[in-house]
Design a protein around this ligand. Structure first.
Ligand code: CDP
Length: 230
């Protein structure tokens, strides 16, 4: 069966990575979480003191970009986890602290250029599902299937809040809602590769959709696209 490239873009906490993972498992494709890569660069910048709540030394971060090596490796359950210079940082990148600083880091063109280059290599052989903000517009503008995910901000914040609390983090719903809204604003208004729906993307609002229904709708679209029916 021919292999295609599937791009899933959308606002924060719309469940892009959940459905992208399910799809990649079902189709036996490679899954790439591009957001994890921006989060990893953010963690690197935090650890080196290049960014904090009150300051951001873009020049230092740009100079140090060559020292960042990123890769995804599967753990014992088959889930892809991200490594920064050989260290598994999958847990550390999902904190609120990283969520609060990632969008400014993602505005830096040099950061984007480095990560997009890596993403091209990862998706080279087709048979890839990649999720993010600019996958269908910038990274793989020729992707055979493009999905644009959306849901109300309240619903998205609720989902992310449950996820964080479930992991033992101490956050309030209001903090999460503020973060989701702020990131949406920064991601859609930045100059370089802003979050925008590609012309040929299929928009799915999953505010009132359960995970199973959402998966079946998107899997059907993928099967139809692979078979050339749509
Ligand atoms: O999981 P969540 O929806 O909260 O976000 P994510 O996919 O982990 O992405 C984190 C942040 O990275 C986003 O808010 C964007 O600022 C940035 N990002 C980006 O600029 N381009 C991408 N392709 C993916 C993420």
């Amino acid at each position: 069966m021919r292999k295609i490239t599937i791009a899933i873009d959308g606002y924060s906490s719309t469940g892009k990575s959940t459905v992208a993972k399910q799809l990649a498992d079902w189709l036996e494709y490679v899954y790439v979480d591009s957001g994890a890569m921006y989060r990893a660069v953010t963690l690197f910048a935090m650890r080196n003191g290049y960014i904090s709540e009150t300051s951001f030394d873009k020049k230092k971060l740009i100079e140090a970009l060559a020292d960042i090596s990123l890769e995804f490796k599967k753990n014992e359950t088959g889930k892809a986890e991200i490594y920064l210079n050989g260290e598994n940082i999958e847990k550390q990148i999902r904190t609120m602290e990283v969520s609060e600083l990632v969008s400014p880091v993602a505005t830096v063109p040099e950061v984007r250029r480095k990560l997009v280059k890596l993403q091209h290599t990862m998706g080279e052989g087709k048979g890839v599902v990649m999720d993010g903000r600019d996958i269908g517009t910038v990274v793989f503008p020729n992707a055979e299937l493009k999905i644009f995910m959306n849901a109300t901000a309240g619903e998205r914040a609720q989902r992310r809040y449950k996820e964080l609390v479930g992991r033992g983090d101490t956050v309030t719903y209001e903090e999460v809602l503020e973060n989701v809204t702020e990131r949406d604003h920064m991601d859609t208004t930045r100059d370089d590769s802003p979050l925008v729906k590609a012309k040929d993307a299929i928009e799915i609002d999953n505010s009132e959709m359960n995970l199973e229904d959402q998966f079946h709708i998107i899997l059907q679209l993928a099967k139809d696209r692979i078979a050339g029916r749509i």
